[in-house]
Design a protein around this ligand. Structure first.
Ligand SMILES: Cc1cc2nc3c(=O)[nH]c(=O)nc-3n(C[C@H](O)[C@H](O)[C@H](O)COP(=O)(O)OP(=O)(O)OC[C@H]3O[C@@H](n4cnc5c(N)ncnc54)[C@H](O)[C@@H]3O)c2cc1C
Length: 404
């Protein structure tokens, strides 16, 4: 048993520094342009693919780290560069994670490479679960999938909302309800292969932040996919539905665990945005002179920066703890995964707001990146479960009570 240590090992430090270099040299210089263009930054995705930062091998290597920290370290650095471009690069991983979590080994081999494409022609993938009437309340999903035994096909119809890479993806992973009366336990996930007729994306939605990342509604009109596109396979689904009909809860708990596992990685993204704003505000405060002295010499400014740094470090400890717990199969008895994303998301919002304040009028202008970080940070209290939903998870976990 190794001694307790918060030191990163050499491999982790190398990974962090390598991703930081890409974020600093490639992502950050391109950030303002792609934010203004509100377009998918394909050339940057291609650069990431060329150096091996975009692709299954990279994800597999980070997942392989027995401490669970590598994915968080690389996300923090990449999103320090820019969150919009970061999500354009990382968004595919949401679909890959769904295939990895629920698919069979054959399904992983067939679909994961198609999610990424290759360095010459990178592709993206989309994970589509939110619907216009089913956001936080995923159990009320209206998209339906029915099995056509004659052709061994699933027929999917419905509408998905706010899907990252929706409509431009090579592979869409779509959740649908098979037995609506079973709520989220009557749902399954399907791969919709490239070019399948009946799946259409809306135009790119206009957003407050993350503007380089493509977000769109997805319409599914009698979309037919082969039987093998049901993630996990039909036998497993039938057994799961039978268990759910009997009222057993195992699967619902398993789905909750999957969410808890992915939340630290999203928290790490929020940390990257917060750290970028903190570092920028610190440098600005040292250089900006008012009343004959740098503004950092005022406690009001210096204490704000001290709080920003403390909150970021505190959030990182929660993120690392949850990542370590997830990777080492520790039970999330107090919703520690949710805690990490909740804290990091709220810290990102607070820190970026303070950074704008420290820059004063300059903070409000597009000439400085803090206004973009301020806009980008807000997503972290909304997607992958809102702050309210994270509090529900923690409150239910610590109380054993069905809090509403
Ligand atoms: C940029 C972006 C990218 C996204 N990417 C994806 C994606 O790739 N795939 C995907 O499937 N989805 C994606 N989403 C959707 C995102 O996950 C949802 O927006 C989010 O889960 C919230 O759902 P909603 O917007 O319907 O809000 P609602 O569920 O309508 O919530 C509205 C408000 O009510 C609160 N609320 C709801 N229920 C409760 C309750 N029980 N107790 C207390 N408060 C409650 C919420 O916290 C929130 O403040 C994305 C969204 C955005 C904006």
């Amino acid at each position: 048993m190794p001694e307790f240590s918060l030191d990163l090992n050499e491999e982790q430090r190398d990974l962090r520094d390598w991703v930081h270099g890409f974020a600093k040299d490639v992502v950050r210089p391109a950030a303002a342009e792609w934010d203004a263009r509100e377009e998918t930054p394909w050339p940057v995705i291609q650069e990431a693919a060329k150096i091996g930062l975009y692709g299954f091998e990279f994800l597999a290597n980070t997942w392989a780290d027995p401490t669970g920290l590598s994915l968080c370290l690389s996300n923090e650095e990449l999103f320090w560069g820019d969150a919009g471009i970061g999500l354009a690069i990382f968004g595919t991983s949401l679909a890959v994670a769904a295939i990895y979590a629920t698919g069979t080994p054959d399904q992983m081999l067939e679909w994961v490479p198609q999610c990424f494409g290759d360095a010459a022609e990178p592709k993206v993938a989309a994970f589509c679960t939110t619907e216009p009437e089913a956001g936080s309340d995923v159990g009320s999903m209206k998209t339906r999938a029915r099995y056509d035994e004659a052709t061994d096909e699933w027929v999917i119809s419905g509408q998905k909302a706010y899907a990252t890479n929706g409509g431009i993806a090579n592979v869409h992973v779509v959740t649908a309800s098979i037995e609506p009366e079973l709520g989220s336990r009557g749902q399954a996930a399907f791969v919709v292969p490239p070019g399948t007729p009946g799946l259409n994306g809306s135009r790119k939605l206009k957003k407050l932040g993350l503007r380089a990342s493509h977000t769109a509604d997805v319409f599914l009109d009698d979309v037919r996919v082969p039987g093998r596109c049901l993630l996990g396979g039909k036998e497993a689904l039938d057994a799961r539905l039978a268990r759910a009909r009997e009222g057993r809860k195992a699967q619902g708990q398993a789905a909750m665990r999957t969410f808890e596992l992915s939340r630290p990685a999203v928290g790490a993204q929020a940390l990257g945005v917060a750290r970028a704003a903190y570092e920028y505000a610190l440098e600005y405060a040292k250089g900006r002179v008012q009343f004959g002295r740098p503004i950092i010499e005022n406690q009001a400014i210096a204490f704000a920066l001290a709080d920003m740094r403390m909150e970021i470090d505190a959030a990182r400890l929660l993120v690392w703890r949850a990542a370590w717990m997830g990777r080492n199969n520790r039970p999330f008895e107090a919703g520690e995964g949710s805690m990490s994303k909740l804290k990091a998301g709220e810290v990102a919002v607070a820190v970026t707001e303070k950074a704008v304040q420290i820059l004063g009028g300059a903070g409000f202008l597009r000439e400085h990146p803090v206004e973009r970080w301020f806009r980008d940070a807000k997503i972290y209290t909304i997607f992958e479960g809102t702050s309210e939903i994270q509090r529900l998870v923690v409150a239910r976990a610590i109380s054993g009570t069905y809090i509403r």
